[in-house]
Design a protein around this ligand. Structure first.
Ligand SMILES: Cc1cc2nc3c(=O)[nH]c(=O)nc-3n(C[C@H](O)[C@H](O)[C@H](O)COP(=O)(O)OP(=O)(O)OC[C@H]3O[C@@H](n4cnc5c(N)ncnc54)[C@H](O)[C@@H]3O)c2cc1C
Length: 384
């Protein structure tokens, strides 16, 4: 039987980030990445909006993204690849007093963590972004640097390029456990590979993989549809990613705009259902954007696609680290809407945990599976 020190199920941005960091920290380890869709056509990574922001309410999420943005900036030096980071910021808008209070509280956390964010009155928002209707607004919060969007597929490919990991095209179909440990990974082809440690990086299919070890993981595929549109008279200047109080967001994408919303009904979907939900554009997004700016009254949709969040039903936050009982089963799951930006820090942390026996760069322990067992959510107010 073949053998590998570490087997990673899923080779998109998270699995590849872990493999690459293992190659940096522990080059002697043999690492195998098993991927069922090597073109990554249906991976969340390839279908994402590729945003990175420091505007979270939990200090660890802020720190994770700050680590991520520095890593992305260093890609040119490290890999000779420009990940095309556009630091145009995120603009969160509030239209109630309670919404403004939340932005103020989040801002205090962000500043403590060193994030470059600023609160703006409606008048200050208008002064910066003249096309916006601010009459109903109570406050805004803008990222001044270290926030924006980048080439997420380029980041994944950078990690894949020089990790030295053995990559297998195949589907993990079962796990063989003995004495409370994963002994071997069974592929759909019938092949078995023995392992020292197993990492679940299967994105929206992560719960199926966990179940192979008898573990319940509250992560499910939830559909998100992204739309691009053309605008006859686009507002001038470098616009941020704007999040309207109702949850509709948009950002520039070349000469077009990219937008989406949180769906009204948000059921679990089948892992192979990628049918876009067109009505969200007509019924939710366009009316909200037209009310926010006359520039968006006349727009023409160009393209749409659906991807899946690996939605952590408990708290929409990542689950990382080892299972408390099956000690060589590791989670890197449940990233919901913020996994590409977290890949650098999670990849680093997971590699440290495996190779050095503990988190060194950032303490990720509060993302552990233990909170799932306790049913204690890790509150994050800034989820999109
Ligand atoms: C529409 C949309 C917009 C998003 N926007 C953002 C954003 O702006 N910023 C941000 O940070 N995040 C965003 N996200 C979230 C982000 O894309 C994900 O959190 C991130 O890509 C997760 O990466 P992953 O490697 O865990 O999962 P994935 O990219 O889904 O990769 C999992 C891989 O595992 C493989 N796999 C699954 N089961 C098996 C098996 N049995 N055997 C072998 N291989 C298997 C799959 O084929 C897949 O390639 C968005 C997501 C979506 C859908």
């Amino acid at each position: 039987m073949k053998q590998s020190d570490v087997i990673i199920c899923g080779g998109a941005v998270i699995g590849s980030a872990i493999a690459w960091n293992l190659s940096q920290i522990a080059p002697g380890l043999s690492v195998t990445v098993i991927e069922r869709d090597p073109g990554f056509r249906h991976s969340s990574t390839a279908l994402s909006a590729s945003g990175i922001r420091q505007q979270f309410s939990d200090p660890l999420n802020v720190a994770i993204s700050r680590f991520g943005v520095e890593f992305i900036k260093g890609a040119k030096r490290r890999w000779g690849v420009d990940l095309n980071l556009r630091e145009q910021g995120y603009l969160y808008l509030a239209n109630t007093d309670s919404g403004a209070d939340i932005l103020r509280q989040n801002h205090a956390v962000q500043r403590r963590e060193g994030a470059d964010t600023a609160l703006l009155s409606p008048g200050e928002i208008k002064a910066r972004f003249d096309h916006l209707n601010v009459d109903d607004l109570t406050l805004g919060s803008l990222g001044l640097s270290g926030e924006g969007w980048f080439d997420a597929v380029g980041l994944m490919q950078g990690y894949q390029g020089d990790s030295g990991a053995r990559r297998i095209r195949g589907e993990v179909a079962g796990l063989r456990l003995q004495q409370g440990k994963v002994q071997a990974v069974q592929l759909a082809s019938g092949e078995e590979i023995a392992c020292g440690a197993f990492i679940n990086a299967a994105g929206p299919r992560a719960a199926d993989i966990a179940l192979m070890a008898g573990i319940e993981l509250p992560v499910e595929p939830r559909k998100r549809t992204n739309f691009t549109f053309d605008c006859a008279h686009p507002p001038a200047g470098d616009l941020p990613l704007m999040i309207d109080p109702g949850g509709v967001w948009l950002r520039p994408e070349g000469r077009h705009f990219l937008c989406a919303c949180a769906p009204v009904d948000d059921p679990r979907v089948a892992p192979d259902d990628f049918e876009p939900r067109y009505r969200e554009f007509e019924d939710i997004i366009w009316p909200a954007l037209a009310a926010r700016s006359p520039a968006f009254e006349a727009i023409k949709m160009q393209a749409m696609w659906a991807g899946h969040y690996a939605y952590n039903v408990l708290d929409q936050n990542a689950v990382t680290g080892a299972h408390p009982g099956i000690s060589n089963f590791y989670f890197a799951n449940g990233f919901s809407g913020h996994g590409v930006q977290q890949a650098p820090a999670i990849g680093r942390g997971m590699a440290e945990l495996l190779a050095l026996g503990g988190y060194k760069t950032l303490d990720l322990s509060k993302l552990g599976y233990e909170r799932i067992l306790r049913g204690e959510p890790l509150l994050e107010r800034c989820v999109i």
